[in-house]
Design a protein around this ligand. Structure first.
Ligand SMILES: Cc1ncc(COP(=O)(O)O)c(C=O)c1O
Length: 398
């Protein structure tokens, strides 16, 4: 057991869980759309025998969303689908048929000058900027004060104008909303009253990941995992996980991980309703530094997640190093699921999880690793090696 109480995780068996509740299965047209994106290929599902041995389970599967459609996180799946559907709404029709995004861009060129806007802590905004560039649009991205230069430059390199807002993520969201006009679509992954269609589509966009996993497991002849660990910021990604796993007769456990001082979903489940965890949120897991769940995500997340675990930054660093040992380059946020597995396997505070029989030599654990090395200086400081010395890197912050 870990000797340092300060690094202990906090575990919650979700009191709001309704594991018998079923949601509609993901819409397969989302995956069809992603297949038409440039350089689409399914991300790798790694088998991690060293990690399985270390944490005493039969198998650790790693879905590595560290390089996706040319970007270092899964977020482009949501941003691309949501921006496409927002565009269809704006046009009033689907601009089909189009074979690839160049083709689509030509068909809608008459809209220009046209732009997208979004708020971000890094990955979503970069993905929206990337999509705007592909479509020949301009883009304005709003980031919270304190966003590291590497993340800002990565967004600027996609051709977007970046504005640093004097406030936190929620202030950046509020500022981005002011951009909406007949020449600018706001592509937010967070909802607010009167704005929820696009955030729902962002969630739908993420479901491609789970369909790819299903296909990879079937091809490998491996059954469904017993435990699936998903990082949670506002909960949109977890909402997609719930959509997939709770649309079928799956009896495994869905586990959400958050940073210790930004565990708004765990706090909300404890309170029985959406509850804010005030900042400042200073975790190195910056993609998870959110103080309030997304209202769009909350109905699925609150009922579909079985366990919630909050971890300290040292667990995220441990996750980065553990994944590096298996040749997977994951950033601070990206490695949270492995940090959570370590905490669930080792901490005194998580004994209830082990007592429930969820870890053991007959269990398969699936880790959703959501981000590559988006801050290479910090990556090297934590792991002791540059990203490209650890694994094949196609997309790091430039
Ligand atoms: C790399 C990464 N992982 C996980 C998340 C969490 O996603 P959500 O906010 O949808 O819960 C984010 C959100 O920004 C992210 O950037």
């Amino acid at each position: 057991m870990r000797p340092t109480a300060a690094a202990e995780a906090t575990l919650l068996k979700n009191p709001l869980a309704k594991p018998e509740q079923r949601w509609p299965a993901p819409d397969p047209s989302v995956w069809t759309f992603h297949r038409r994106m440039p350089a689409y290929s399914a991300t790798t599902l790694y088998d991690g025998p060293d990690l399985a041995a270390k944490y005493g389970v039969k198998r650790v599967l790693v879905k590595a969303e560290t390089q996706r459609l040319g970007l270092p996180s899964f977020k482009i799946l949501g941003a691309s689908w949501a921006s496409y559907r927002a565009l269809c709404d704006h046009l009033g029709f689907d601009p089909e048929p189009w074979a690839n995004v160049n083709d689509l861009s030509r068909r809608i060129a008459y809209l220009r000058p046209f732009s997208f806007a979004a708020a971000t802590d890094g990955n979503h905004g970069r993905a929206v900027a990337f999509m705007a560039r592909l479509l020949g649009f301009s883009c304005r991205i709003f980031v919270p004060k304190g966003t590291v230069p590497a993340r800002i430059h990565a967004i600027q390199n996609e051709g977007a104008e970046v504005t640093v807002v004097d406030g936190d993520y929620d202030a950046a969201v509020a500022r981005s909303a002011e951009e909406a006009s007949d020449r600018c679509l706001v592509i937010s992954d967070t909802s607010w009253p009167g704005y929820d269609v696009t955030p729902r589509r962002v969630v739908d966009g993420y479901t491609t990941i789970f369909l790819e996993i299903e296909q990879a497991l079937a091809a490998a002849g491996v059954g469904a995992p017993d435990v699936v660990i998903v990082p949670m910021g506002v909960g949109a990604f977890m909402s997609a996980a719930v959509s997939y796993y709770r649309s079928r007769p799956w009896t495994g456990a869905l586990v959400g991980v958050e940073p210790a001082d930004a565990n708004c979903i765990q706090a909300s489940a404890t309170a029985g309703e959406m509850t804010a965890v005030p900042g400042p949120h200073r975790s190195i897991m910056v993609g998870l530094n959110c103080g309030l769940p997304s209202p769009v995500a909350w109905p699925r997340v609150s009922t579909g997640v079985d366990w919630m675990v909050s971890i300290g930054d040292e667990r995220a660093r441990e996750g980065m190093r553990g994944l590096a040992g298996s040749g997977v380059v994951a950033g601070e946020t990206g490695a949270a699921a492995l940090g959570a597995l370590a905490a669930l396997a080792e901490d005194d505070a998580t004994a209830a999880f082990r007592d429930a029989g969820l870890l053991g030599p007959d269990k398969t654990v699936l880790l959703m690793i959501t981000e590559g090395a988006t801050d290479r200086g910090h990556y090297q400081a934590v792991v002791g090696r540059a990203p490209e010395e650890v694994g094949t890197i196609l997309t790091v912050a430039r």
